[in-house]
Design a protein around this ligand. Structure first.
Ligand code: HSE
Length: 315
């Protein structure tokens, strides 16, 4: 049923970690403590209007904005005569590697869908949000937008036609993310990848993806730890991230289950069993980066079990 009484909705659009070591372009997880606050309001004017973006200097024209193109894709499929206004409080830094563009796109389509009375399921919203990713980096991957919309861990089996699975999330799992404030564009991080992979490395990689999925179902933290290995993408991309090897060593020494590049970087994530260990990992990461002159920030967060959260109806 359409939420006709509400002028709009305020929501939390979560950050996410894509790839999760072995699952390049297929695995992702949703973060609880990091995200944008958005307001989606009905408008008399057809289409999408980005009214303001607080905290970042990003394009306001709908066609040049990830939230705008995602919203327009939804309206095109549903009713192009409708109109919505968007206000974004941008807490996730664009280009940080924790799904900044995905959060804006996911928040927009989830918010419009909510106001329309949920004509689409969360999975059906994924292709609209993927249009935001296409604008952001030229590749319509779903490994950030799927967890931002569905929550927990997700696996994208195929993008065309879309086939996304939500995976279970062991409750004690916690993420630590360090964001070195350097620029690594997703397009550039994709350009450094080798186009051919040896059969030996491919075998190891799909064995790790299968084992990681099994570890989530079994809540087997040891198996999860052994599976957090990336033999294909990390070796090419890690050269773009200062102190990457030192960070990995520090995470391992502090008891993290594993670590790797968050999405296309430059952020580096670690997964731990329990928030206490995740905070210790944060301290260890901090010690590594304090020795550099690179500014950085660190987040510690449980995995968010659900995707976009609705905070308040605007009446
Ligand atoms: N899977 C994508 C990549 C995520 O690693 O290029 C980027 O947001």
């Amino acid at each position: 049923m359409e939420k006709v009484n509400f002028k709009g909705v305020k929501l939390f659009a979560p950050a996410s970690i894509a790839n999760i070591s072995c699952g390049f372009d297929v695995l992702g997880l949703c973060l609880e403590n990091i995200g944008d606050i958005m307001e989606i309001r009905r408008s008399e004017k057809a289409g999408i209007q980005i009214k303001s973006i607080i905290g970042q200097d990003l394009p306001l024209e709908a066609e040049n904005n990830v939230a705008g193109v995602a919203g327009l894709a939804l309206l095109e499929a549903h009713n192009p005569q409708l109109g919505f206004e968007i206000i974004i409080e941008k807490n996730i830094k664009p280009g940080s590697g924790i799904g900044s563009s995905a959060a804006s796109a996911a928040g927009t389509v989830a918010g419009i869908n909510y106001l329309l009375g949920n004509p689409f399921t969360p999975t059906e919203l994924v292709p609209f949000a993927m249009e935001g990713e296409r604008l952001a980096c030229g590749s319509a991957h779903a490994d950030n937008v799927a967890p931002a919309l569905l929550g927990g861990f997700t696996l994208v089996r195929n993008t065309n036609p879309l086939d996304v699975c939500k995976l279970p999330t062991p409750l004690e799992l916690a993420a630590t993310v360090i964001h070195p404030k350097i620029e690594v564009k997703t397009a550039d991080a994709r350009a450094v990848l080798k186009k051919r992979v040896s059969l030996e490395k491919a075998i190891n990689q799909w064995a790790n993806v299968g084992a990681l999925v099994s570890s989530l179902y079994e809540e087997d933290y040891e198996l999860l730890s052994r599976s957090l290995v990336d033999e294909i993408v990390e070796p090419s991309r890690s050269i773009l991230i200062p102190q990457f090897a030192e960070l990995k060593t520090a995470c391992e020494r502090t008891g993290a289950l594993g670590s790797g590049i968050s999405g296309s970087g430059p952020s580096v994530f670690a997964l731990s069993r329990g928030m206490t260990t995740a905070h210790k990992v944060a301290q260890a990461m901090q010690q590594v980066y304090e020795k550099t002159d690179i500014p950085f920030e660190i987040h510690v967060s449980p995995v968010k079990q659900s995707g976009v959260s609705f905070l308040e109806d605007i009446t």
